[in-house]
Design a protein. Structure first.
Ligand SMILES: Nc1nc2c(ncn2[C@@H]2O[C@H](COP(=O)(O)OP(=O)(O)OP(=O)(O)O)[C@@H](O)[C@H]2O)c(=O)[nH]1
Ligand SMILES: [Mg+2]
Length: 604
């Protein structure tokens, strides 16, 4: 039997997981010489590459000496925390990375809590020790304190520590040691991660933790084999979470080796492999022996906490930039997503709109981003938290929020968060002149906070949050204070009028952008919406306009990304998403209707 170690790499977002996996791949020599190696090779899909974040957890295997080490790289962003939780069931050890400067952050807490819950003893990797402001000792203490707070057992409190600079390719047991290579980390994995339990001789039990698809063989389940063997061509029983059973043959068995996937004929207990041949295979399903099929514990699938309504684009520019615009196309696409993305839900609402629920704005935003790249056009409404009711009590999701701000801004931020119903739980001055403030806040209070936070801290603040739990509903939460600048005409924006409007607020558009009546073209500097005309100046001749355009100085517009737009809008606004543009509009494009609604609202 092969000597196997199964580990997951877990951390807060950007603490260097994928970079570390790169180095383990490279330095183990698993990587064939002919293969081209780019940074963060595991971040293989387009959006992951562009944004430099991991969205889906992915596994690889390396050979180190006489061992095979299966490594699962996990996403650090809070929206994908549920995925990390599932992955932790599949491994026997974790590398917990913590940035040597940032220290313990919300998602560090979340993933460590889950790892402790599964009884894992973390190997703590204090990463980025090359940073000038690195404070490895402080960070180790923070991890220790966190483990105490999480009621870790004695073995867990004696966690091994490795110091690393993943980007520079070295790890070491003590800070004083020389910077050589990753050897100490490999040693730590071999020394501290237990071998898989279970036996190849027992009846087969394997469990699916991720899905993949292949054009030739269809749906693929990536599985951990807990007992017995999987053989190509053999028949097994698939047991779903509901208990439903079905039999199928393994049409293909795929093993991992570096970035390659190789066809194999047999795999045994302890290993991680991909299998094809089960058409309705899902995350959490068990694959068992036919004679004595015993399912493994079903997996906990995280409940959605946030929902966004997708609807058909019915604005005046609809259909001019995308190719899939009908409600049928949108429904089909969303339904397809729900098949593989188990953390999301979709509910048709009639009137060509669909409620999509997930774990956060980023998760839903990435679906929307994928759709626009595929040629879709649609509208998004303001995200809403998923409210639950238990024993007659209304509950809403709460988040753990950590902000790092220069101390000058501390007062403003505390005041603002107070209005959003946040409770401050700690305030720690940091050595670099910033303060670290921690809060517990209803998830509703976070919607739209990011852009205001950046403005309030002049771009110097950093905020991070992670799901905490459902708690009793906390009443009205203050939202955006600024009004919208709304276009009152259709056409192309003119530089001259944009120049004049700059005094009114921050603009989202530039000259020649298409605008329409009811479209939001900027954020007013005051509360309350303002109808404005971005087309004024038309009467000038072309010659003079372009001449004058060059002379006037325009502030660059605020570029609204999809998620920024989703966060910014209010209930009476929508985001228009097309392959070419992200626009914001009023739900009702008719100014008279809006005025009447505003009056009704005031009177009620
Ligand atoms: N200075 C320094 N930077 C590092 C080190 N390791 C990683 N980085 C940088 O940190 C950033 C994030 O690295 P990633 O490897 O993508 O981090 P991650 O944890 O996989 O991020 P997510 O998957 O999005 O959670 C990149 O810009 C890396 O170059 C290090 O040892 N030192
Ligand atoms: Mg990553």
């Amino acid at each position: 039997m092969q000597k196997i170690k199964n580990i997951a790499v877990i951390a807060h977002v950007d603490h260097g997981k994928t970079t570390l996996v790169d180095q383990l791949l490279q330095q183990s020599g698993t990587f064939a010489a002919h293969q081209e190696f780019s940074d963060r090779v595991m971040d293989s899909n387009d959006i992951e590459k562009e944004r430099g974040i991991t969205i889906l957890s992915k596994n690889t295997a390396i050979i180190y000496g006489d061992h095979k080490i299966n490594i699962i790289d996990t996403p650090g962003h809070a929206d994908f925390g549920g995925e990390v939780e599932r992955v932790l069931r599949m491994v026997d050890g974790v590398l917990l990375l913590v940035d040597a400067q940032e220290g313990v952050m919300p998602q560090t807490k979340f993933v460590l809590k889950k790892a402790i819950g599964f009884g894992l003893v973390p190997i703590v990797v204090v990463n980025k020790i090359d940073k000038e402001a690195a404070e490895p000792d402080r960070v180790v203490n923070e991890v220790f304190d966190l483990l105490v707070a999480l009621e870790a057992n004695d073995a867990q409190l004696e966690f091994p520590i490795v110091y690393a600079a993943a980007k520079n390719g070295y790890a070491k047991w003590e800070m004083e040691d020389e910077n050589i290579d990753m050897t100490p980390l490999f040693e730590a994995i071999l020394k501290y991660v237990p071998y898989p339990e279970g036996s190849s001789e027992s009846p087969t039990q394997a469990q699916v933790f991720t899905l993949d698809s292949d054009n030739f063989v269809g749906r693929i389940g990536i599985t951990r084999i807990f007992n017995g063997k999987l053989n190509k061509g053999e028949e097994f029983t698939l047991i779903k979470a509901s208990g439903a059973k079905s039999k199928s043959r393994v049409s293909k068995l795929i093993g991992f080796r570096g970035l390659d996937r190789i066809e194999i004929s047999e795999a045994e207990a302890g290993d991680i492999v991909a299998i094809a041949g089960f058409n309705d295979i899902d995350v959490g399903d068990s694959i068992c022996d036919n004679t004595n099929p015993v399912a493994l514990d079903p997996m906990h699938i995280e409940e959605p906490t946030l929902s966004v309504i997708f609807s058909v684009n019915d604005g005046p520019l609809a259909g001019t930039e995308g190719k899939h615009v009908t409600s049928n196309k949108i429904r089909e696409r969303l339904a397809r997503e729900m098949e593989t993305n188990i953390a999301m839900r979709m509910e048709p609402l009639g009137d060509a709109s669909f409620k999509v629920s997930g774990r956060g704005e980023l998760q839903i935003g990435i679906l929307a981003e994928n759709m626009r790249r595929e040629g879709f056009e649609f509208l998004l409404a303001r995200p809403e938290v998923v409210i639950r009711e238990e024993n007659g009590v209304k509950l809403e999701p709460f988040e753990h929020l950590v902000v790092d701000v220069p101390s000058d801004f501390q007062g403003v931020i505390i005041e603002k968060l107070g209005k959003r119903k946040a409770d401050m739980t700690s305030l720690i001055p940091m050595p670099d002149g910033t303060v670290r403030l921690e809060f517990e806040i209803p998830a509703r209070g976070l919607i739209g906070l990011r852009s205001e936070f950046l403005t309030d801290t002049k771009g110097e603040g950093v905020m991070n949050h992670s799901y905490l739990e459902y708690r009793p509903y906390s009443g009205t939460v203050e939202s955006r204070t600024q009004g919208a600048l709304v276009s009152m005409d259709n056409g192309e924006a003119v530089a001259f009028s944009i120049f004049n409007l700059q005094a009114r607020g921050v603009l989202f558009i530039k000259p020649q952008d298409k605008v329409y009546s009811g479209m939001v073209i900027g954020e007013s500097s005051r509360p309350g919406d303002l109808d404005v005309n971005p087309l004024k100046g038309k009467q000038l001749t072309n010659m003079r306009t372009s001449g004058a355009d060059e002379a006037i100085k325009l502030v660059p517009p605020r570029k609204m990304s999809l998620e920024a737009a989703m966060e910014w809008i209010e209930d009476d606004e929508l985001v228009e998403v097309t392959p070419l543009s992200i626009r914001i509009r009023k739900r009702s494009l008719d100014a008279n209707v809006r005025r009447r609604m505003a009056r009704d609202k005031k009177n009620s």
